[in-house]
Design a protein around this ligand. Sequence first.
Ligand code: NAG
Ligand code: NAG
Ligand code: NAG
Ligand code: NAG
Length: 349
Amino acid sequence: MKVLVALLLLVQLLSCKALHLGPFHPLHPRVIDCDDPESEEAAAVALDYINAHHLHGYKYALNSIEKIQVLPRRPTGELFKLELDLLETVCHIVNPLPIENCTVRPLTDHVVEGDCDVKLLKLDGSFSVLSTKCHSTPDSAEDITQICADCPILALLNDTQVITAVDLALTQYNREQDGAYFKLLEIGRAQIQHFPDIVSVEFAVVATNCSAKDAQDHVDDCELLPKDLVQFGFCNAAILTKNNITVSCTVYEHQPGVTHHHLIHDHLGGQLPTMVQGFKHHDLRHFHHGSAHGTSESSSAEASVGLKPAIPVVKRDVGAVLDPASPRPPVGPGPKHPICPGRIRHFQV
Ligand SMILES: *[C@@H]1O[C@H](CO)[C@@H](O)[C@H](O)[C@H]1NC(C)=O
Ligand SMILES: *[C@@H]1O[C@H](CO)[C@@H](O)[C@H](O)[C@H]1NC(C)=O
Ligand SMILES: *[C@@H]1O[C@H](CO)[C@@H](O)[C@H](O)[C@H]1NC(C)=O
Ligand SMILES: *[C@@H]1O[C@H](CO)[C@@H](O)[C@H](O)[C@H]1NC(C)=O
């Protein structure tokens, strides 16, 4: 093993040397516009990656490409740096619909905006993601009231009224249907409207091995189905009073290989994960916390469980491109400027 590492280092050193000694060709950034098909292709690859690695809450759709920079990379390939504006969709991550089929939330539904800086490598015509840095924020309450005075705004995910509403809604759902007994997986979002008070909630659920009827007698014996049968669902509910609840759930077919292990790990056990305490949405930034800082228990769990397959790939690629020892292309304003930001696909927030 040691020998192999030493050998690899030597090869790397030699290849750097060779480059330094070679004839010097100044490499210039290539100018492409934000709405260029190539920019859009890069953005689509980045978006798929982001949605696959965002482990809580909803999938995001592309709203616009804000900036793009294309730098040559020695010895081959190009480095793409993009800044993307995203919008939350109505598809929770347990929803198997492809992102193209997911509806973006309308402005009246308290939108959540995502911002991502992404680096991709283009080699032999195909893109791979090197790194992403994202965060997301709900639109401000002032903006919402300007659009429509009566629109309910997002409530805290750990609000007592919200937790009670979800509990009542799921209990009613389990009572009214004769399929499997479902447990709560995650509260996705909640809005509270006043006069009359209506609590609207959205939450993801997971099936147990009990029928809803069995569960009435011995709920403690109900376990989640094994990995090869695991089944998820998603519910919308509006709670007016204890006796006036509308709830509708969609149960998705089991999808081979999709376990959402991190979601189950973080949420079952009844407690809300610390990362949503005091928040109104599931921030896109958490998937980076999971890999980099791991401050809370839940995010370190994510790092070890949810993100394992992705880390080595990302690290290795970043090292190869951003190695300080490798020559850097000159960066500076070229003679042409790209046309950016690009078009807005949905609406300006
Ligand atoms: C997604 O949308 C496309 C185009 O509208 C449609 O052809 C396809 O059937 C949809 N897929 C699903 C899973 O709904
Ligand atoms: C569910 O699984 C648990 C653990 O395997 C078992 O003890 C229980 O009897 C099962 N319940 C039903 C209804 O099959
Ligand atoms: C629930 O409340 C709505 C709105 O006030 C009302 O129209 C409906 O009849 C109520 N349903 C029940 C079952 O009480
Ligand atoms: C929600 O979480 C925040 C932050 O931890 C806390 O300050 C607040 O008291 C919590 N609210 C409820 C109702 O538990």
